[in-house]
Design a protein around this ligand. Structure first.
Ligand SMILES: [Zn+2]
Length: 190
C-alpha cells in the first residue's frame, strides 16, 4: 500500500477525520476537520509516520528537526529521536513565529522542518522564514496533511505525506452558516 493511502487509513481508523462545521485557524469555515491529535496521541503511529519521514531523507545530513508548537513538537521529537539528532520547536508570540526557551540554530546548521496540518500554508511559511533568518540550511519541509486546494509550494524541498484537499468557505458565503449549523472552534487560538 502506498504510504499516502496507509496514512489516510490510520487517520480514519483513529477518528481523526471529523465532519461538522468548523472554524479553522485561517478564519475559513469547513465541513471537515482533521483532528491531528487522534493520531498524535498514539506513539506507535507517530513512530511509523516519522520512520517514513526518515526514509525520505535517507542519506541527508540533518543536524536538527524543527516543528511548530503544538503538533509539530511531537513529530519533531520522534523524527529527531530516530535520526539521532537534536530537535527544537517554534512558538507563536504576538502573531510572530519565534524560538524561545534558549533554542537556537547555528549558522549553516542543516535543519528539517516538520509540520502537522496545513491549510493556507501561512504557518509553515512563517516557520520556514524563522529557520532561514536564523541561518539554517533547510534540508526540507515535511507536512503530515496538506488540506489546501492547491498543493503547498515552498522554495525548498517539500514532502507532503497526505494530500487531503477539503472544501473551505469564506464566513460570509458559508452554506453551513446559512443553515444555522453551530460553528465549532478547533485547534489553537491565534
Ligand atoms: Zn460557516
Amino acid at each position: 500500500m502506498p504510504f499516502e493511502e496507509q496514512l489516510r487509513q490510520w487517520l480514519e481508523e483513529c477518528g481523526a477525520l471529523l465532519t461538522g462545521h468548523f472554524l479553522l485557524t485561517s478564519g475559513l469555515h469547513s465541513d471537515k476537520y482533521v483532528e491531528k491529535f487522534r493520531l498524535l496521541e498514539r506513539p506507535n503511529l507517530v513512530s511509523k509516520v516519522c520512520a517514513e519521514i526518515v526514509r525520505r531523507f535517507e542519506g541527508e545530513k540533518i543536524d536538527a528537526v524543527l516543528g511548530p508548537a503544538v503538533g509539530g513538537i511531537i513529530l519533531a521529537f520522534e523524527t529527531a529521536r530516530q535520526l539521532g539528532c537534536r530537535y527544537l520547536f517554534a512558538e507563536t508570540e504576538n502573531g510572530q513565529r519565534v524560538l524561545r526557551r534558549g533554542f537556537s540554530i547555528q549558522q549553516g546548521e542543516r535543519v528539517l522542518l516538520v509540520e502537522d496540518v496545513v491549510t493556507t500554508g501561512g504557518s509553515v511559511k512563517a516557520t520556514l522564514d524563522l529557520a532561514l533568518s536564523n541561518g539554517a540550511e533547510v534540508v526540507g519541509v515535511v507536512v503530515l496533511v496538506d488540506r489546501g486546494e492547491t498543493p503547498l509550494q515552498l522554495p525548498v524541498r517539500t514532502e507532503i505525506l497526505l494530500r487531503l484537499p477539503l472544501q473551505t468557505f469564506q464566513p460570509e458565503s458559508c452554506p453551513l452558516c446559512r443553515q444555522g449549523v453551530p460553528l465549532e472552534r478547533r485547534g489553537s487560538k491565534r
